[in-house]
Design a protein around this ligand. Sequence first.
Ligand code: F6R
Length: 610
Amino acid sequence: MCGIVGYNGNKDCVEILLDGLSKLEYRGYDSAGIAVRKDGNIEVVKEKGKLANLREKVEKKKMTGNCGIGHTRWATHGEPSENNAHPHISNDGSVTVVHNGIIENYQELRAKLERHGYTFYSETDTEIVANLLDYYYKKYKLGPIDAIAKTMVRVRGSYALGILFEEYPDDIWVARKDSPMIIGTDKDGSYIASDVPALLKYTNQVYYIDNLEMACLKKDSVTFYDLNGDEIKKELKTIEWDIASAEKEGYEHFMIKEIHEQPEVIGKTLNSLMVDDKIDLSKVGLSEKEIKDISQIYIIACGSAYHVGVCAQYILEDLAKIPVRVDVASEFRYRKPILDKKGLAIVISQSGETADTLAALRECKEMGVKTLGIINVVGSSIAREADHVLYTLAGPEIAVATTKAYSTQLIASYALALEFAKVRGTIDNKEYNEIINELKTIPEKVQSIIDKEIDDIQKLASKLCNLDDAFFIGRNLDYAIALEGSLKLKEISYIHSEAYAAGELKHGTISLIEDNTLVIGLATQEEIFEKTISNMVEVKSRGAYVVCVVPEGSDVSKVSEYTIEIPKTNKYLYSSLVVIPLQLLSYYISCAKGLDVDKPRNLAKSVTVE
Ligand code: F6R
């Protein structure tokens, strides 16, 4: 949700800013802008729409300079327009700001500033920050740190700020609270970015700036300050992701590249959680006693990560016999949950920055409940705040619609369920070893599905791309995957789609089924196979076009118009296989409709505002 970049160094900053923004475009893409210093002046160029529009304008102006900040926007306050695009400048141009986050008390601050004679050209909360900084800077005349600190105390909400003060031509200033921001450094200069991919081309050496901290970036140094203006020492960290993983590498879209990466990242994540054919969670740091004492599990997440939670619920309850409740984070945080202090809260998040998930984590901690994060981005807010972290090794995920991070989160859930079951004595050795052996085959089975299905699914997609509605149905774990399949389809193809527990259709939704309505039926769970097939027969007899995803050898001839067979596996692990054709189908339908697959309308990769 909005991306920020900045560079101060020996090289020309314009290409670094534009290139960095292109790596962050998945965070917001309704407008973009940069501010560049040259010979004592700060030149600001902004443009509505995709980054390509900004690039064209910048190239025409032949901008150059060694210090600048940039922003790609996902509108919160004010429509997408050049005027509302960042950077924003204070009334007399003394302060220039890019901002990611939301200032909640912006109306009150605007009124205050208006009383002091400030005027506003945009509808954004960010312009208020620029003027508030200017106000404190001029009122107290104590320099940028003091002005930023006073502003931080006065604003409510979330922010990552990149700031230029006209009178400090050698510096970029930074402040952060509850919005992501990392600071990179190399021999050529200092960098800021909302996310790792924007930096990887230049450096993998970063500092993590914490909440309510400030920093000053010079060409050759970065200094951190707390709210009192006292200097803080920080350790430089190395990011392990390689640059290739943030590039398309010949694929047409990041999404299809990331679908293809799944066998590898599933294998990597699994290997990181196993030693000698046994699950080993020592890196996560939960002791056997802690695992035995868990009375209840609360899983909290948003979107696809929530769907992983739904899968995990079925598996954890069945294997480890621990009661599990799964919540969407935005509901959890406001439903005044009653939590048992002996419970464990598991929050799942690719980015580690999702505002609602972060807030839910904090709520659990405040209520004295132990927290475990299943997180992909090292050093992200949730990773830093959770008591325990299980890292998925999906690498950078750029496409807005998640695929590989989702698949690695599933692996993390299997590992937790197996370990909890073993420690609590609810699984015997035979079943444990069977599941482990099957788990090890998941990467190659995922690969075989991609290889076998890719061409046929592409053809199926061109046939289905003009549909208006789709329904995904399944029971138990297949219902959890139906949720994910349906979200994938709607978010990138804009086809209205719903997921239903197959047995629930008859309670209302079946009235929507008519001739040629697409119903994708998932039936991998042997114990309830016949029941799900009966539900498919019910929709077929009302005219539905039924596509079935089933284990190879299943007889669905009486119901299926098109069948996707997946390799057989253990009943708990089918989710990892079923999701693959569903991802491919959504991807190719979006392509067939000529849509922007990686950046679907209205969406941003990382939802850092509530
Ligand atoms: C859908 C998708 C989103 C995310 C959700 C949570 O394809 O990617 O639904 O799963 O926004 O994001 P994280 O995992 O970063 O907390």
